[in-house]
Design a protein around this ligand. Structure first.
Ligand SMILES: NC(=O)c1ccc[n+]([C@@H]2O[C@H](COP(=O)([O-])OP(=O)(O)OC[C@H]3O[C@@H](n4cnc5c(N)ncnc54)[C@H](OP(=O)(O)O)[C@@H]3O)[C@@H](O)[C@H]2O)c1
Length: 211
């Protein structure tokens, strides 16, 4: 498959690129500042130009980071919400809304949300809300996408390579998480949210992606 990985240098993206390349996929490594292609996913015109430029592709995996406000309720106003809305939320939505015109028949969009949509902590108000919106977007878009195009979401737990800002949640091994993305890539389902958490520790039900 020819696969776009947006955010390829990040905690989630780096091991994901390794796993996909080892499986023989052609990976287009994309980030804001370097890689095979540069793209800021908050810029709709740039997204359109990017898709026009890269030729045919089968999948888009969205793992860009530094994309939402993480802090206590008393520090949050419109501006803090706007960070999450403009980046993690509308960035991913626009990659799908624009990309569905260009992706191959039967193609697959995989978005990223996160555990905070389901498991609050004292700093999770913005990111948790944004993650929930990402989950809902995929559910609804899956019923509207044409040409057998699929859309799914991975909701990661805190990955072991992440900084210590989200402590309080049990961590998920980044290579296991990368393999979970690959598993979903080959899924025939659409509109699902796959919870890749360390589940026993969080005490919640999950799908066995990490087994
Ligand atoms: N890490 C975790 O523990 C964790 C847990 C749950 C959910 N998640 C979610 O997983 C996703 C990836 O997280 P991460 O920790 O891997 O992030 P990260 O390490 O901060 O990711 C950095 C990558 O994202 C790219 N990027 C940032 N802003 C961008 C933009 N506007 N346009 C294009 N590329 C952009 C960076 O490119 P440049 O360096 O070129 O700017 C870099 O390649 C995020 O949605 C995050 O919320 C992460």
């Amino acid at each position: 498959m020819r696969i776009i990985v947006l955010g390829y240098k990040g905690n989630v993206g780096r091991p994901l690129v390794d796993v996909l390349q080892k499986s023989g996929h052609e990976v287009l490594r994309v980030s804001r500042s370097d890689g095979d292609y540069q793209l800021d996913y908050t810029d709709s015109d740039a997204i359109e130009a990017f898709y026009k430029r890269i030729g045919q592709f089968d999948a888009v995996i969205l793992v860009a980071g530094q994309d939402g406000y993480f802090g206590p309720m008393e520090s949050i106003g419109k501006d803090e919400f706007a960070i999450g809305f403009d980046k993690k939320m509308m960035g991913q939505f626009n990659m799908v809304l624009i990309g569905q015109k260009y992706i191959n028949q039967g193609g697959h969009f995989i978005l990223t949300s996160g555990i905070l949509s389901d498991v609050p902590n004292p700093n999770s108000l913005v990111l948790g809300t944004v993650n929930a919106a990402v989950n809902a977007f995929a559910k609804h878009a899956s019923t509207m996408l044409e040409r057998d195009i699929k859309i799914n979401v991975i909701s990661p737990g805190v990955v072991t390579t992440a900084p210590d800002t989200i402590i309080g949640h049990a961590s998920v091994n980044s290579t296991q998480l990368a393999k979970a993305y690959e598993k979903v890539l080959h899924s025939h389902e659409s509109g699902k949210v796959y919870k890749a958490w360390n589940l026993k520790a969080e005490g919640v039900l999950y799908r066995d992606l990490l087994d």
